[in-house]
Design a protein around this ligand. Structure first.
Ligand SMILES: [Zn+2]
Ligand SMILES: [Zn+2]
Length: 165
């Protein structure tokens, strides 16, 4: 059985549940979107879950942010297809959903109330975009990437024996 995750915003207007095979909070993203939306320590932690199982209470209170992205490779800014769901009443960041990968939803670990399994090590990504004051706490055996890591969230869980069947 996949793990049932329960999440909520801080004011209680929004609550949700979702099933996850990949609930370990191992992936720390330092990009400016994650950092500003949910990363007071310089990064946010995204989980992977099964979008078909997402159940939401308080949908009316949810706002959706789609970031404008400006990167080195493209001179024109584009709008991210990723939909960052948050509570419009208290500001809690809830999850990322991208219709390009419609089977998946990525809850922010910070919005989850269930106990999450502790990862044996962590992956640091998007360090190219970290804020200058952030000193990443990269421990022995951990991996760090300027941009995206090699392993998908699913593959990382399988390789580390953390996949929940
Ligand atoms: Zn709220
Ligand atoms: Zn990010």
């Amino acid at each position: 059985m996949p793990m049932q995750l329960a999440g909520s915003c801080r004011c209680g207007a929004v609550a949700f549940s979702v099933q996850s095979h990949t609930p370990a909070p191992y992936q720390l993203c330092y990009c400016s979107i994650c950092r500003k939306q949910a990363g007071g320590g310089g990064y946010a932690i995204n989980l992977g879950a099964d979008a078909r199982t997402l159940e939401i209470k308080g949908k009316d209170a949810i706002g959706i942010f789609r970031a404008r992205i400006h990167d080195d490779e493209h001179s024109k800014a584009t709008t991210s297809s990723g939909e960052r769901n948050f509570c419009t009443k208290c500001g809690t960041a809830l999850w990322l959903f991208d219709p390009t990968w419609a089977d998946l939803v990525h809850p922010f670990a910070s919005a989850i109330d269930s106990d999450l399994p502790k990862p044996p090590s962590r992956v640091h990504l998007m360090l190219k975009y970290k804020a200058s004051w952030v000193e990443p706490d990269i421990r022995a055996g951990e991996t760090a990437y300027d941009l995206y890591p090699e392993l998908s969230i699913a593959d990382w869980h399988r390789q580390h024996g953390m996949w929940v069947d």
